[in-house]
Design a protein. Structure first.
Length: 364
């Protein structure tokens, strides 16, 4: 799943989460000058609180308790029955993570920047369209927030030490209203927007990577980099393989079952020096017979031929950044169709699919 969301059910649990996110990464030591600092603030709520740069434990804990970290003023009441915040995780497609792991430091920086910008686009989309608070007796009045307070933590590996770019965006249950007061966040809207946020993330990431010269192709409701063979993706997906094997053993078939399989196979973290990880990944790729430089060269040689083939429905002015997803709206429509089909509304999904087939026939 590209975007997932889960609640931290108490302040104590959220503080433990902070320690886990900020200081307990899957590698130890700096190793390279590009090693990441401990988290960063994001969102218009953080701006109002003058929170910027690295996330400190003191500021994180104050925000959890509904307190302004700078002034000590109480902004909201976080009761025992209310979650102090939610972890929304954005994970890059495996082919992107493998490309990042096997690339030069300069290219890695560019891929990391593309990922982080896509995460920011997704959380900004949540702020603008799916973040609400309540006021009045019994929370009878529902209104949009003026922003969200978010702490982002960027990680780069799975528990099995495979490359896996992902970001934990912690959304605090304290948000500014447009009149300057503060209130708690309506969590239901965040959960409902999970797939949509993931779609925005994928659309921005795909377009940015394509602008940077990577050939991309649609893969279901997501995308992948053409340069990375599927068997190489699979080889660097040991965590996914372990979960699937556990699901087969225990007969898990539902999404909840897959979560249980993930818990059953969850291993303790195995810290490893960062530079050694890159060396190990590159050695593994060589053992598998994969040479990224040669693959990129072949991609460049075939690119001119691919560009000569016109694509239906896409004008010359929009080809550069939109060959995979012509717009965020197109991807969101696909995600909405899948969502409706999974919630007892298959007729709508069938109608949308039939309309798409008819449009494709008309374009031929």
């Amino acid at each position: 799943m590209v975007a997932s969301i889960s609640a931290r059910k108490s302040v104590g649990a959220a503080v433990s989460y902070f320690k886990h996110m900020a200081h307990d990464e899957y590698y130890t030591g700096q190793g390279e000058a590009e090693a990441e600092a401990d988290g960063e603030w994001d969102g218009r709520g953080a701006e109002r609180l003058a929170l910027e740069g690295p996330v400190s434990k003191a500021d994180f804990e104050a925000a959890l308790n509904g307190i302004d970290p700078r002034t000590g003023e109480r902004l909201t009441q976080i009761g025992k029955s209310n979650a102090p915040g939610w972890d929304m995780t954005f994970s890059a497609p495996k082919s992107v993570s493998v490309m990042w792991a096997l690339s030069s430091p300069v290219d890695r920086k560019a891929i990391e920047a593309a990922h982080r910008q896509a995460v920011h686009a997704a959380t900004t989309h949540l702020e603008d369209h799916h973040a609400f608070t309540r006021r009045g007796k019994g929370g009878s009045v529902r209104e949009p927030v003026a922003g969200l307070t978010i702490a982002r933590f960027h990680h780069e590996t799975s528990r099995d030490l495979d490359p896996q770019l992902h970001t934990h965006a912690f959304i605090f249950n304290t948000a500014p209203r447009r009149d300057g007061t503060w209130g708690s966040v309506v969590s239901r809207d965040l959960y409902k927007a999970q797939k949509e946020a993931g779609a925005v993330y994928r659309e921005h990431l795909a377009n940015r990577l394509e602008r940077d010269g990577h050939a991309v192709e649609r893969h279901g409701t997501s995308f992948r980099l053409k340069c990375i063979p599927r068997d190489i993706e699979r080889a660097f997906s040991k965590r996914r393989q372990a979960i699937e094997q556990a699901a087969d053993v225990y007969g898990y078939r539902t999404p909840k079952g897959m979560e249980l399989a993930a818990l059953r196979t969850r291993q303790a973290k195995r810290p490893r020096e960062r530079t050694a990880l890159f060396q190990a990944w590159q050695a593994e790729a060589r053992t598998l017979g994969f040479d990224l430089a040669k693959a990129r060269q072949q991609q460049l040689q075939t690119a001119p031929q691919q560009q000569q083939t016109p694509e239906p429905g896409i004008g010359n002015a929009t080809k550069s950044a939109s060959r995979v997803f012509t717009s965020a709206r197109q991807m969101l429509t696909a995600i909405t169709a899948v969502s409706r089909a999974s919630t007892g509304m298959p007729g709508i999904a069938v109608n949308l699919r039939q309309r798409r087939i008819e449009r494709e026939r008309e374009a031929e």
